[in-house]
Design a protein around this ligand. Structure first.
Ligand code: IDP
Ligand code: MG
Length: 151
């Protein structure tokens, strides 16, 4: 079972889209295992986006992610990394598939509402950056066997 880190970024929070993001991930069948609402520190922002350091959009990206609170979550399920990236849509909202969050609610790459881990390896690193092991809730849903082929 994969886990993936999801952030509703400051624009998503300010626009009242936290519920919409949760609704879409729940409806997809993914299982929420951790959540917290927080103001992102410079330190977490820089670690999270270390891979983008040196790119032209880096300082704007750090300002964006630290500009207001975010909703951080961990979602779990088979192929959770790919499934969540698909639900979010392509990074550039004008290239995101119709029906995806970034298509349905976004216009600009610098205000694209959400973050989702891009690989299983990065999801493990990101989950441990944002959450302590004690903040992850291991649980089973009564519906798991109707959503997961092997639960
Ligand atoms: P991702 O969020 O879809 O994984 P990444 O390429 O990892 O996309 O970029 C991280 C974030 O940096 C994007 O979600 C977006 O907010 C921002 N970003 C990426 N490229 C640009 C750009 O060209 N201009 C402004 N912001 C960008
Ligand atoms: Mg990325």
């Amino acid at each position: 079972m994969e886990r993936t880190l999801v952030l509703v970024k400051p624009d998503g929070v300010q626009r009242g889209l936290v519920g919409e993001v949760i609704c879409r991930l729940e409806r997809r069948g993914l299982r929420l295992v951790a959540a917290k609402f927080l103001q992102v520190t410079q330190e977490i922002a820089e670690t999270h986006y270390a891979i983008h350091k040196g790119k032209p959009f880096y300082s704007g990206l750090i300002d964006y992610i630290t500009s207001a609170p975010v909703m951080a979550m961990v979602w779990e399920g088979p192929n959770a990394v790919a499934a969540v990236r698909q639900t979010m849509g392509a990074t550039r909202p004008t290239e995101a598939a119709p029906g995806s969050l970034r298509h349905d609610f976004g216009l600009e790459i610098g205000r694209n509402l959400t973050h989702a881990s891009d690989t299983v390896e990065n999801s493990e690193k990101e989950v441990s950056l944002w959450f302590k092991p004690t903040e992850i809730v291991e649980w089973k849903r009564d519906t798991d066997r109707w959503i997961f082929e092997k639960s």
